[in-house]
Ligand binder design. Structure first.
Ligand code: IPE
Ligand code: IPE
Ligand code: MG
Length: 239
């Protein structure tokens, strides 16, 4: 199995999972945090080296205040509860997204999680919080514009370097049945294999993750080239 894959997950469907059971939406978010714990545990055995998960988008601030507050508290609890476990199992935690709008207590939990797990190497877990791919591209573009010599063009490479911790995504999984990116890793997903599942995030299991990796293994990534074929048959087509 290929190792060191970058898998990105849009963890969607918590609200519908809960309301379908007559529970408040936040119960779905709590169940979703449990799912994340199980998926992180299973990831290294699936050949995943980097796991980037969408926990809170910059557009999610539009949600009712009580849901936003509950989500912030839950993210803080997740970091507090998981830091020790991640440290013990070799998982490096980091956050992508804006930090300046997060509650002070959550920022403290982030600093602690990143500080304590910074030397771990088995798996890199990146939580996207207050994240917007469009904003990340705008920030990188502004940096590029100020760094480039006057009149020098911004190149694909220079922008990629300035996109904080950008790394191409191999597999993008979205749970919850929607088939859209919702402003997640737009640059990094340029050639990602997209896998959409109707499974709500709290029901997504390590087995579903394995199945997604299996699906990926049967896809042919061409990056704009032509199908891989034995040298002789390629010659035949070129004649
Ligand atoms: C994803 O689940 C979690 C966040 C966006 C924070 P949702 O809360 O979007 O769940 P649905 O899509 O409403 O079911
Ligand atoms: C995307 O889900 C954000 C996260 C999963 C954190 P949303 O539920 O916010 O996306 P839309 O509104 O359905 O596009
Ligand atoms: Mg949703």
């Amino acid at each position: 199995m290929q190792s060191n894959l970058h898998v990105a997950i849009i963890m969607d469907g918590n609200g519908r999972w809960a309301t379908g059971r007559g529970l408040p939406r936040i119960a779905g978010h709590s169940a979703g945090a449990e799912t994340l714990r199980r998926i992180v545990e299973a990831a290294p055995d699936c050949g995943i080296g980097v796991l980037t998960v969408y926990a809170f988008s910059s557009d999610n601030w539009k949600r009712p205040r009580l849901e936003v507050e509950a989500l912030m508290a839950l993210l803080g609890c997740y970091l507090e509860n998981e830091t020790g476990r991640c440290l013990a199992s070799g998982v490096k935690m980091s956050i992508i997204g804006r930090r300046d709008r997060l509650p002070e207590s959550l920022r403290a939990s982030i600093d602690r999680a990143e500080g304590e797990t910074g030397q771990c190497h088995l798996l890199q877990l990146r939580l996207a919080i207050d994240y917007s791919a469009r904003d990340a591209i705008v920030v990188a573009s502004n940096r590029a514009a100020s760094q480039c010599a006057a009149g020098a063009p911004i190149t694909r490479e220079s922008l990629e370097e300035l996109l904080v911790e950008s790394r191409p995504v191999d597999i993008l999984i979205r749970t919850g049945g929607e088939q859209r990116l919702s402003d997640f890793l737009l640059w990094e997903c340029a050639y990602a294999e997209l896998i959409f599942t109707n499974r709500m995030w709290p029901d997504f299991s390590p087995f579903d993750l394995q199945r997604a990796i299996h699906q990926y293994a049967h896809r042919e990534r061409r990056f704009g080239g032509i199908p891989q074929a034995p040298a002789e048959s390629q010659e035949h087509w070129l004649r």
